[in-house]
Design a binder for this molecule. Structure first.
Ligand code: GRF
Length: 189
């Protein structure tokens, strides 16, 4: 199960890897569905065009964060996923939700954790004068961007980099490291 909020390029990379690396035959695993908190997310349309089940759950329709997370849990549990993968899912999840998926909830963050938790990671890395940056796949815990690190990839920060040029370089690595980390988890399941 993959949760997205936007373009879904990480989700698409995971779907492509699952097919190229024959996860169904080798691990009995496949991407069963893609859910977004934004019905207009470009990634949803792509997943639908690939024949993958999709759902949209607008967080703005729920009075409290807990209410949205409860509805999201129902939508996810219909598919009984072994893994719940956050891929550009821009919602902070409640402790109850995180506890419900303990041990099978992972995220990708566009920095070399524990450095630069939260937002605007690329500009902050540039402003700090970092020579390298990257991305981190980690388990999700109640403390934002603090769970066990499962995999990382490093990229150089080049002279003249902007947040956008650095983000593009990091995203390319994200598309390689996320499927790699997921496949390692699948072999351990
Ligand atoms: C990625 O950079 C990811 O690390 C961050 O949000 C971005 C999502 O990109 N959390 P996409 O929607 O997968 O293209």
């Amino acid at each position: 199960m993959i949760l997205i909020s936007g373009s879904g390029s990480n989700m698409a990379a995971i779907v492509a890897a699952s097919r190229q690396r024959r996860w169904r035959e080798r691990h009995g695993a496949e991407v069963v569905a893609v859910i977004s908190n934004r019905a207009e997310a470009a990634g949803l349309a792509w997943a639908r065009s690939e024949g993958i089940a999709t759902a949209a759950l607008d967080h703005r329709a729920f009075p409290r964060r807990e209410d949205f997370d409860a509805a999201l849990t129902q939508a996810i549990d219909r598919f009984e996923p072994a893994l719940v993968v956050l891929a550009g899912f821009m919602r902070i999840l409640t402790p109850g939700f995180v506890a419900h998926y303990d041990g099978r909830l992972i995220n990708i963050h566009p920095s070399l954790l524990p450095a630069f938790t939260g937002l605007h990671t690329h500009q902050r890395a540039i402003d700090a004068g970092c020579k390298v940056s990257g991305c981190t796949v980690h388990r999700v815990t109640a403390e934002l961007d603090h769970g066990e690190i499962l995999d990382q990839a490093v990229v150089p920060v080049l002279p003249g980099d902007t947040a956008d040029t650095l983000a593009a370089r990091v995203l390319t690595q994200e598309h390689a490291v996320y499927p790699r980390a997921i496949e390692r988890l699948l072999t351990a399941l």
